[in-house]
Design a binder for this molecule. Structure first.
Ligand code: FE
Ligand code: ZN
Ligand code: FE
Length: 191
């Protein structure tokens, strides 16, 4: 059996001098960054395609408005990703995001399983939209962190951060809307 003995030697506090021999764009982590970029690019475009259906299915005007406003933001987010592809010198191509595919499928199920014109449907749509936002928040948070570690252009980090903040704001607006009246109004609806 292999026994690992904890080293008692004090670790030196002097930082290891940075090796400039490696361009981070040659690293496997950079490849992962590009793979994730393609994933989220596909996801955002898929949201652009499907968000109008969610807005159309919504009952309350304020939810429709919120979803349509986020559709406009999402279109900008697609463009930001295209800028990032350009900055890293890669072609903007999407790769199917299984996660977003599933989350959008869930939104269809909500629409199928709830009655049109009810606020119960809106509660379901808000839940669905928030799952989408949380998924995006995780993705952009990761991309931003990887970009920083790889010391990519500040512009890239700024673009990722802009979108990240938009997704967080969208998530908060959905919470506020649900709590303002939709949840309680839905409670009165019979099955
Ligand atoms: Fe987005
Ligand atoms: Zn994905
Ligand atoms: Fe979003």
């Amino acid at each position: 059996m292999l026994v690992r003995i904890k080293s008692t030697v004090m670790k030196t506090t002097t930082p290891t001098p940075r090796k400039n021999t490696m361009d981070y764009q040659d690293s496997a982590l950079f490849d992962l960054f590009v793979t994730e970029l393609k994933d989220v690019y596909w996801a955002e475009k898929y949201i652009v395609k499907n968000l109008p259906k969610m807005a159309k299915a919504a009952t309350s005007e304020d939810l429709k408005e919120l979803l349509n406003a986020h559709l406009d933001e999402t279109q900008n987010q697609v463009e930001r990703l295209e800028e990032i592809f350009e900055l890293v010198d890669k072609r903007a191509v999407g790769k199917r995001c299984e996660g977003m595919d599933g989350l959008i499928e869930e939104s269809r199920t909500i629409i199928d399983k709830t009655e049109g014109g009810t606020l119960t449907r809106d509660v379901g749509l808000i839940a669905s939209a928030q799952k989408i936002e949380h998924y995006e928040i995780a993705t952009y948070g990761t991309l931003k962190t990887i970009a920083a570690v790889l010391e990519l252009d500040d512009q890239i980090i700024d673009l990722l951060n802009e979108t990240l903040e938009e997704e967080k704001a969208a998530d908060q607006k959905l919470t506020q809307l649900a709590e303002s009246h939709i949840n309680e109004d839905a409670r009165e609806e019979e099955n």
